[in-house]
Design a protein around this ligand. Structure first.
Ligand code: BGC
Length: 413
C-alpha cells in the first residue's frame, strides 16, 4: 500500500551549534578541557581507530568539539548537502556564547553570521526551525552559576528577545529549548557540565527553572510577533512495563508521568505545536531497564523505530495539537541499519496519520551530519552525510540518498 504523506509535509534534518560549528568557547569546551583525561577514556567505542574520535585528547589538551564539523567556516557546504538531499526543512541552533560573549554584550558580527545562513536557507525554499538553546552556555554565565544563577530568567529572556527581533523574519518555527529532561539529567547523573550530582537540583532545574525559562521566552517571542510558531523539543520515550506485575507497571507509569507528562502538562498551554524527539523505547520495572530487543545502536540504545507510532498517538490523545518530530535517528556505522530505521519510522508515521488522524507537520532526522556527540566525541555516527575529518568534505551516505528519495516521492510508493 502506498504511503503518501500530506501535501507540504516538512521532511528535514536537524543539528545543533556545539555539535557542528567549531571554534567555540563555551561552558562545554571548558568542561571538556578540565575533564580531558576522563573523557578520553570513558564511553568510547572499544577500538583503536576510535581513540582519535573521543571527546577530548589529553595529549594536546584540546577539546575536540572546538573544531567539530567546522560548519561555522563551511556552512555553505552544509547548505549544499541540504539541497542535494532535497530537504524541505532544516533545524539548527544559535550558539548563545557567540551571541553574548560577555554579560550584557550582544555581538552584531555573530548575529550577521546566522542572518546570512538563514537567508540562504530561505532563498532555497527551506523552512527554518530555529533552536534558541541547545544546552551550551556562555562562560560568563557558567561562572555565575549557569542555570542556577538567580538572574537566569532575565538573561535567557533577553537573549531570546534579541534573537526574535534580529532573526524573527526568517524563522518559520521556534524551538526555544531542546530536551529539558536530558539537560536536567546531567544534574542527576553528573555526566555533563556542570558535573553536579544532586537529585534536588535535578528536580529544581527540570521542574522549575527550565519550564519558567521556556514559558517566559514563549511569551516574549509572541509579544514580538503574534504570528510566530513556538514550541520546545521534548524527548518522549516509549515506555512500557517489563511484565504484567503491578509493581513493574507502576514504575513504568511513574517514569512516564515524571519525565514526560508532568512537564508537558505544565507548558502545553504555551505551545503552538509540539516538538517531539523520539529515540527510545524502554521496558521498565522495579529492577530498572528490562529490555528484550537485541537490535541496538552503537551507543547501546535499544532500537524499535515503529514505537514512534505509540508516542504519536499518546501525545495526540492527551494534547490534541499539531506535532513536529524535531529529532529522530540512531548512531550506527552500518548504513543499512539507518535505512531500515528510516523506512520503519516512515511506515509508523504514515500509520499514525492515516489510522489515528495524528496531525503530523513534519519529520527532522537527527542528524544532517556525522557530528560531535557531547561526552562521546565523533565515533557515534548519526549523520545522513559524513564529514571527512581532515578536509571536512561532506559526502551523502546511501541512507541520505534513500531518505532523499522518500522526500521526492513524499512518502514510500
Ligand atoms: C540531542 C542531540 C544528541 C542526540 C543523540 C538528542 O537527545 O538533542 O543533541 O546528539 O540526542 O544523542
Amino acid at each position: 500500500m502506498s504511503k503518501k504523506f500530506p501535501e507540504g509535509f516538512l521532511w528535514g534534518a536537524a543539528t545543533a551549534s556545539h555539535q557542528i560549528e567549531g571554534g567555540l568557547i563555551n561552558n562545554w569546551v571548558k568542561w571538556e578541557e578540565k575533564n580531558a583525561t576522563r573523557l578520553s577514556k570513558d564511553g568510547q567505542r572499544p577500538s583503536n581507530e576510535a581513540l582519535k574520535e573521543v571527546a577530548c585528547d589529553p595529549e594536546n589538551y584540546k577539546s575536540n568539539s572546538s573544531y567539530s564539523c567546522d560548519s561555522y567556516k563551511y556552512w555553505e557546504r552544509d547548505i549544499e548537502a541540504i539541497k542535494k538531499l532535497n530537504l524541505k526543512a532544516y533545524r539548527l541552533s544559535v550558539e548563545w556564547s557567540r551571541i553574548q560573549p560577555e554579560r550584557g554584550v550582544f555581538d552584531s558580527k555573530e548575529i550577521e553570521y546566522y542572518r546570512k545562513y538563514l537567508k540562504a536557507l530561505r532563498d532555497n525554499n527551506i523552512k527554518i526551525v530555529l533552536t534558541c538553546w541547545h544546552w551550551t552556555i556562555p562562560v560568563w554565565l557558567d561562572e555565575e552559576g549557569g542555570l542556577l544563577s538567580k538572574n537566569i530568567y532575565k538573561y535567557f529572556n533577553e537573549y531570546v528577545s534579541f534573537l526574535a527581533k534580529e532573526l524573527g523574519e526568517y524563522v518559520d518555527y521556534w524551538i526555544v529549548i531542546n530536551e529539558p529532561e536530558s539537560f536536567a539529567a546531567s544534574y542527576l547523573l553528573g555526566m555533563w557540565p556542570p558535573g553536579i550530582k544532586n537529585p534536588f537540583l535535578f528536580h529544581k532545574v527540570f521542574k522549575k527553572v527550565l519550564p519558567k525559562m521556556y514559558i517566559d521566552s514563549y511569551k516574549t517571542i509572541k509579544d514580538i510577533d503574534k504570528g510566530s510558531k513556538v514550541s520546545l523539543a521534548k524527548n518522549v520515550w516509549h515506555v512500557s512495563s517489563c511484565s504484567r506485575a503491578p509493581w513493574n507497571r507502576f514504575v513504568a507509569f511513574l517514569f512516564d508521568r515524571y519525565m514526560t507528562v508532568s512537564i508537558m502538562d505544565q507548558v502545553v498551554k504555551y505551545t503552538d505545536f509540539l516538538g517531539i524527539n523520539f529515540y527510545f523505547h524502554n521496558r521498565l520495572g522495579i529492577r530498572g531497564l528490562r529490555n528484550d530487543n537485541d537490535i541496538i545502536s552503537d551507543l547501546g540504545w535499544w532500537l524499535d523505530p515503529g514505537k514512534i507510532f505509540n508516542v504519536l498517538v499518546k501525545i495526540k490523545e492527551r494534547y490534541n495539537k499539531p506535532i513536529f518530530i524535531t529529532e529522530n535517528g540512531l548512531a550506527t556505522l552500518d548504513d543499512n541499519k539507518r535505512i531500515w530505521w528510516i523506512e520503519e519510522t516512515v511506515k509508523a508515521m504514515d500509520k499514525a496519520i492515516k489510522e489515528e488522524s495524528v496531525e503530523l507537520m513534519g519529520y527532522l532526522h537527527w542528524s544532517l551530519l556525522d557530528n560531535f556527540e557531547w561526552d562521546k566525541g565523533f565515533w557515534p555516527k548519526f549523520g545522513l552525510v559524513s564529514v571527512d575529518p581532515q578536509t571536512k568534505e561532506r559526502r551523502i551516505k546511501r541512507s541520505g540518498e534513500f531518505y532523499s528519495k522518500i522526500i521526492k516521492e513524499n512518502g514510500i510508493i
